[in-house]
Write a protein of this length. Structure first.
Lengths: 249, 227
């Protein structure tokens, strides 16, 4: 296993301390993630691994959608001279507001019937006034090139448009960190590249769980998970080589 | 995973009902429901149904939408009609006699079916008017209205935003669950199990629960509903 590169260039970091995740089965508890300690402070991090390897569980730990069975996960947010440390177990709601999460299937993420309403739902908390909220929604749609689809039903959108909207709706809440769980898996090549370019251009720290090795190669650090264990952590090119090698055996 | 159904779906087509405030429409729906339940008889039901059809038409529902609403409603309406008609007829002049059960007279059956028509017709009218409200009101506007209406209850610890969100999620769940029902029925047909209720009901229940869980996760992923 290679050590991650030193230094942080993001305004946030995530620390996993001896985290274990287990799930009850009919016989015994199954271990989904074996004891894992990581400090994630690069701006772009990829998590790669086979199906059922535990990479989605690792991603879900970061915003508290999954709680560790043992150990702890801390999200550190830095802004100017102040910093805030949030524990995913203790400060679950605050963590979820600070860490946006994008699902593999955008249809599962879109809640409201139309594009404009779905983004608006994200902004209800920060913009109580309807007129101000409407203006913020339109600005968000324009930022993501969705303004022409504002009144369209979310069910009539293409896969790429749905994923773009899902990301826009999450980013509308202005999270410090974005975790994306296989955001390009259901997309064709063109849309996968479009979503990849978008994720790489964001000011937020972005953690991407992916099978898309082209996307993983564009990150600052890649973590390979196999059987619930981190088997490689470091340079993306070396991580991809390790993953390809393991997959071909 | 959403059914092509006007139930719970907003129709983005400007119309007279779209311009009415959501609060007024909700009060109107409430008043319509009270009047429907308060008035009895086939004539009142027919008037209520005609009025509901007109209101739904103004909201943008068209022939195919009416057919979809009525077709789905028929699944409940037909057994309910038979049950209501039979129970009303037997209550009128059915009895256990010396030779067993005496069947009600033709007149009693006629009265029973009139009662059944009244019950079913009232329900269909309410479904149509409720569809008209959801078809002509954006969920966003409904959320704002409910939040405003419940704001005075804040001092008693109520959370209007959360109640409004729950309300809108329930409305949104109607087409989603209908969509899941269509998909599970298609999956059962694909395996030649269209007549097997278990093949249709079990996946429907499981997928509906999974849908609810996913919606909760989608809200949590945006930090919504936890304030």
């Amino acid at each position: 296993m290679t050590a991650p590169r030193a230094g942080s260039d993001a305004n946030s970091s995530i620390e996993l301390r001896n985290v274990v995740v287990t799930a009850p089965t009919s016989q015994d508890d199954a271990t989904i993630l074996h004891p894992t300690s990581l400090t994630l402070d690069e701006r772009r991090i990829a998590i790669i691994g086979g199906n059922g390897s535990g990479k989605s569980t690792l991603a879900r730990l970061i915003n508290g959608l999954v709680e560790p069975s043992a150990g702890g996960v801390n999200v550190e947010l830095r802004g100017g001279s102040t910093s805030r440390s949030l524990d995913t177990r203790r400060d679950g709601a605050a963590v979820r507001r600070a860490v946006g999460f994008v699902f593999t299937d955008p249809s599962a993420q879109l809640i409201m019937p139309t594009v404009v309403e779905d983004v608006s739902l994200s902004l209800r908390r920060s913009h109580r006034d309807a007129a101000a909220r409407r203006a913020a929604v339109l600005a968000t749609l324009e930022r993501f090139g969705l303004q022409d689809l504002a009144d369209h039903s979310v069910h009539t959108l293409s896969g790429g448009q749905k994923q773009l909207l899902a990301i826009a709706s999450v980013l509308a809440t202005d999270p410090a960190i974005l975790v994306a769980d296989e955001p390009t898996t259901l997309l064709d090549l063109r849309n996968a590249r479009m979503i990849g370019d978008l994720l790489m251009s964001l000011p937020q720290q972005v953690i991407i769980v992916t099978h898309d090795l082209e996307l993983a190669a564009r990150t600052d650090r890649a973590i390979v998970i196999d059987g619930g264990r981190v088997v490689f952590d470091g340079d993306p090119a070396a991580a991809i080589a390790q993953y390809r090698n393991a997959a071909s055996q | 995973m959403t059914a092509a159904s006007p139930l719970g779906e907003y129709i983005a087509r400007p119309g007279p009902l779209h311009r009415v405030s959501p609060g007024a429409k909700l009060i109107g729906l409430f008043v319509f429901a009270i009047l429907t339940m308060a008035t009895g008889g086939a004539a009142a039901t027919t008037i209520g149904l005609l009025l509901a059809v007109v209101i739904a038409g103004i909201a943008g529902l068209r022939g195919r939408d009416f057919w979809r609403v009525t077709r789905r409603f028929a699944l409940i309406a037909v057994p309910l009609l038979l049950f209501t008609a039979a129970s009303a007829a037997f209550a009128r002049d059915g009895a256990w006699g010396a030779h067993g059960l005496d069947l009600p007279s033709a007149a009693a059956w006629a009265a029973g079916f009139a009662r059944g028509y009244s019950v079913i017709g009232d329900l269909l009218a309410l479904v149509l008017v409720a569809s008209a409200v959801t078809a002509s009101t954006a969920v966003e506007d409904m959320l704002d209205t409910i939040t405003r209406a419940l704001a005075p209850l804040r001092r008693f610890g109520a959370k209007p935003e959360r109640v409004a969100l729950a309300f809108s999620l329930v409305i949104r769940a109607i087409p989603s669950i209908l969509g899941i029902a269509q998909e599970t029925a298609a999956a059962a047909r694909a395996r030649g199990l269209e007549r097997n209720p278990r093949a249709r009901v079990v996946p429907l229940v499981l997928r509906t629960v999974a849908h609810a869980q996913l919606t909760g996760e989608a809200l949590a992923a945006r930090g919504i509903g936890e304030e």
